[in-house]
Design a binder for this molecule. Structure first.
Ligand SMILES: *[C@@H]1O[C@H](CO)[C@@H](O)[C@H](O)[C@H]1NC(C)=O
Ligand SMILES: *[C@@H]1O[C@H](CO)[C@@H](O)[C@H](O)[C@H]1NC(C)=O
Ligand SMILES: *[C@@H]1O[C@H](CO)[C@@H](O)[C@H](O)[C@H]1NC(C)=O
Ligand SMILES: *[C@@H]1O[C@H](CO)[C@@H](O)[C@H](O)[C@H]1NC(C)=O
Ligand SMILES: *[C@@H]1O[C@H](CO)[C@@H](O)[C@H](O)[C@H]1NC(C)=O
Ligand SMILES: *[C@@H]1O[C@H](CO)[C@@H](O)[C@H](O)[C@H]1NC(C)=O
Ligand SMILES: *[C@@H]1O[C@H](CO)[C@@H](O)[C@H](O)[C@H]1NC(C)=O
Ligand SMILES: *[C@@H]1O[C@H](CO)[C@@H](O)[C@H](O)[C@H]1NC(C)=O
Ligand SMILES: *[C@@H]1O[C@H](CO)[C@@H](O)[C@H](O)[C@H]1NC(C)=O
Ligand SMILES: *[C@@H]1O[C@H](CO)[C@@H](O)[C@H](O)[C@H]1NC(C)=O
Ligand SMILES: *[C@@H]1O[C@H](CO)[C@@H](O)[C@H](O)[C@H]1NC(C)=O
Length: 476
C-alpha cells in the first residue's frame, strides 16, 4: 500500500475499491491548483455544490441602521458540505462508476481523465450522508469542506452579532438529530469560542414529533411527494440524452443512459464537497448546466416550495413560532439569539411560508423562466442560512418601533410591499398582518393529517427546553 492513489486499472484488476488513507503529494499538488476553480457552476447544481452567497446583491447594507438597536436574531441554517446520501443518490452515482469500471477500452473526450490516476471519492459507503471533514476526505487541507463552512459561518456570525450575543453568554440552540446537521451546529458553536456556553438541544426527526420539530414535513403524511410529476413530464429533457449519447459516441460500448446523465450532476456536485473540484463537471456544456439548473428549480418549486399545496402549512410551523418570539418583549426572553439547524427541504418550506421568493408567477415547464427569482441553489446551497433580524428604532419624535427583515445567504431580502422601515425592513405590526393574511386558510395539524402520526399540535421547544431535555440520538 505504498501508492495510495488507486488508478482505474488497478481497481479493474482487483475488482475491489479501497479508500486511500494517506495523502499522495503529487495528488495534493494537482488538487490545490483546481480547488475552488469551479465556483461559476455551483448555481446550477441543485444546491449540492459548496456554499456561495446569494448571487444578486441589492447593495442593502447588512449593518443595523444607525438609529436602531438590534434586539433579536433568528437563524435557520442548513448543514454544510456533505457526502451523497445512501439510497438512490449514492446508488445512481455508483451505477455510473461500475460502467466505467467494466469498460475495457481507454476513455476518450471529456472522460479521458479516467485514464489517469483518478481516485473515486464515493468508494467508502460508511461516509454516505456525512458532513465532509478533514477526517473523512483524502485531502484534509481542502477549504471547501462542510466542517469549515460551519466554522466560518460561526465566526462570521460572531463578528456581525457579537454585541447581542454577549448579552446572554449562556444560551440554548437547536438542531435536528441528523448527524450532519448536528455536526454543523457543533462546528458553528465551537467557532463562537469558549466565552459562550451553548446548550445544544437535539430534536428527533421522527414523524411522531408532530409540530414540535425542525423537520415538520416528516410529520405531514398528506404531503404529496410526486406533486411535480405531471409538470416534469412536460419539461424538455433531451439535454440528458444529448449528454449520454455524446459520451457513448466518444466511448463506444459505455452504454450510459439518460438516468446516468442525470446522476452525473450529483457526482459533480458532491465530488466538489469532498475534493474541492470535480472533473466530471467538465463533461457538461454550459447550456446543459443551465437546463439542469431549471430542471431542479421546477422540481423543487412543486415538490418542496409553494407549488406544493401544503408548503405553507408545513412552513407555518417555524414561521409561527418565530413570530411568537418576535412579538415577545425582550425582558420576557431568556435569550435574544435563536440558532436552529436543519435541512434544505425544511428551509425551503420555511421560505415559502415566510413569503420570500413567492411573488413571481408559478414556474412553468414549457420553457425556461428567465424572470423568476426562485432558484433552488441560490436559496439552499450547502451551508444555507436565513437570518431574521428584529430591531427597534427611534423616530424623530422620540417614540420607538420594532421592525423585522430577512437575510438570505448574506444578502438582505426585503418583503414585497413591506419594506418601508429603516434598512428596507417591515414594521412588526405590518409583518404580523402579513403573516396573518398568508395563514388565514392554513392549518398544519388538520391539513397535513398529522393525527395519523402524532398528537403534538404545537412547536414548543423554544420555550420548554428547560423542563424537557431534547437529546435524541443522532442518526445518519
Ligand atoms: C470509511 O469511512 C469511515 C467513516 O468516515 C471511516 O471510519 C473508515 O475508516 C473508512 N474506511 C476506509 C477503508 O477508509
Ligand atoms: C451586499 O452588499 C452589501 C452592501 O454593499 C455588503 O455589505 C454585503 O457584504 C454584500 N453581500 C455580499 C454577499 O456580497
Ligand atoms: C462491473 O459492474 C458490476 C455490476 O454493475 C459491478 O458490481 C462491478 O463492481 C463493476 N466492476 C467494476 C470494476 O467497477
Ligand atoms: C454495454 O452493453 C453491452 C451489450 O449489452 C455489454 O456487452 C457491455 O459489457 C456493456 N458495457 C458496459 C461498460 O457495461
Ligand atoms: C446555563 O443555563 C443552563 C440551562 O438554562 C443552566 O442549567 C446552567 O446552570 C447555566 N450555566 C451557567 C454557567 O450559568
Ligand atoms: C399528487 O400530485 C399529482 C400532480 O399534481 C397528482 O396527479 C396526484 O393525484 C397527487 N396525489 C395525491 C395523492 O394527491
Ligand atoms: C478513442 O481514443 C483512441 C486512442 O486515442 C482512438 O484510437 C480511438 O479512435 C478513439 N475512439 C473514438 C470513438 O473517438
Ligand atoms: C402559533 O404559535 C403559538 C405560540 O407557540 C401557539 O400558541 C399557536 O397555537 C400557534 N399557531 C399555529 C397555527 O400553529
Ligand atoms: C411618532 O412618529 C411615528 C413615525 O413617524 C408615528 O407613527 C407616531 O404616530 C408618532 N407619535 C407621536 C406621539 O407623535
Ligand atoms: C403589492 O401591492 C400591489 C398594490 O397593492 C398589489 O397589486 C400586489 O399584488 C402586491 N404584491 C404582493 C406580492 O403582495
Ligand atoms: C399523546 O400521545 C401520547 C403517547 O401516545 C400520550 O401519552 C398522550 O397522553 C397524548 N396526548 C394527548 C394530548 O392526547
Amino acid at each position: 500500500m505504498f501508492n495510495q492513489i488507486l488508478t482505474l486499472a488497478s481497481i479493474v484488476s482487483t475488482a475491489s475499491v479501497v479508500r486511500a488513507v494517506i495523502i499522495d503529494s503529487a495528488f495534493l499538488e494537482n488538487d490545490f491548483s483546481k480547488i475552488g476553480s469551479q465556483k461559476d457552476i455551483y448555481q446550477y447544481l441543485y444546491g449540492n455544490a459548496p456554499h456561495f452567497s446569494y448571487p444578486v446583491n441589492n447593495s442593502i447594507p447588512l449593518d443595523i441602521p444607525e438609529t436602531c438597536e438590534l434586539v433579536q436574531v433568528h437563524l435557520y441554517a442548513r448543514h454544510g458540505e456533505r457526502y451523497p446520501t445512501s439510497g438512490s443518490t449514492a446508488n445512481g452515482i455508483n451505477a455510473i462508476w461500475y460502467k466505467f469500471g467494466n469498460y475495457t477500452s481507454s476513455f476518450n473526450g471529456s472522460l479521458a481523465f479516467l485514464n489517469e490516476e483518478y481516485q473515486y471519492p464515493f468508494a467508502n459507503s460508511s461516509n454516505y450522508g456525512l458532513l465532509t471533514t478533514p477526517a473523512n476526505v483524502a485531502n484534509p487541507y481542502n477549504p471547501l469542506l462542510g466542517s469549515i463552512t460551519g466554522t466560518t459561518e460561526g465566526l462570521e456570525f460572531l463578528e456581525r452579532y457579537s454585541e447581542i450575543l454577549y448579552k446572554h453568554q449562556n444560551f440554548t440552540a437547536w438542531t435536528s438529530n441528523s448527524l450532519r446537521v448536528h455536526d454543523t451546529a457543533e462546528y458553528f458553536i465551537e467557532a463562537l469560542g469558549d466565552k459562550f456556553k451553548v446548550n445544544l438541544q437535539t430534536i428527533t426527526e421522527d414523524p411522531s414529533q408532530g409540530a414540535n420539530t425542525l423537520t415538520p414535513i416528516n410529520g405531514c403524511p398528506n404531503w404529496n411527494e410526486s406533486a411535480s410529476k405531471a409538470i416534469m413530464a412536460k419539461y424538455d429533457q433531451t439535454f440528458l440524452t444529448d449528454i449520454s449519447k455524446r459520451l457513448n459516441t466518444e466511448n463506444p460500448g459505455l452504454n450510459l443512459t439518460k438516468t446516468d446523465a442525470l446522476n452525473m450532476f450529483n457526482w459533480c456536485g458532491f465530488e466538489i464537497n469532498v475534493r474541492g473540484y470535480s472533473e466530471i463537471c467538465d463533461v457538461f456544456t454550459i447550456d446543459e448546466l443551465i437546463k439542469y439548473g431549471y430542471y431542479g428549480d421546477l422540481l423543487t418549486y412543486y415538490d418542496e416550495f409553494i407549488g406544493n399545496p401544503l408548503a405553507n402549512a408545513v412552513g407555518s410551523v417555524p414561521v409561527n413560532a418565530t413570530l411568537t418570539l418576535l412579538n415577545t418583549p425582550e425582558d420576557k426572553l431568556d435569550q435574544q439569539v435563536f440558532l436552529s439547524f436543519t435541512h434544505d427541504t425544511n428551509i425551503l418550506n420555511y421560505a415559502a411560508a415566510l413569503g420570500i421568493f413567492t411573488d413571481s408567477p408559478a414556474l412553468y415547464p414549457e420553457s425556461i423562466d428567465w424572470i423568476t427569482d426562485f432558484h433552488r441553489s441560490w436559496i439552499v446551497p450547502q451551508g444555507a442560512r436565513i437570518q431574521t433580524q428584529k430591531y427597534n428604532c427611534k423616530s424623530s419624535n422620540g417614540t420607538s418601533s420594532s421592525y423585522v427583515r430577512f437575510i438570505v445567504n448574506d444578502v438582505v431580502k426585503p418583503l414585497t410591499n413591506c419594506s418601508s422601515g429603516p434598512g428596507f425592513s417591515c414594521s412588526l405590526p405590518d409583518y404580523n398582518k402579513f403573516v396573518e393574511d398568508r395563514f388565514k386558510d392554513v392549518d398544519f395539524y388538520s391539513q397535513c393529517g398529522v393525527s395519523k402520526v402524532s398528537n403534538i399540535t404545537e412547536l414548543s421547544f423554544y420555550w420548554d427546553y428547560k423542563t424537557h431535555d431534547y437529546n435524541a440520538p443522532c442518526e445518519i
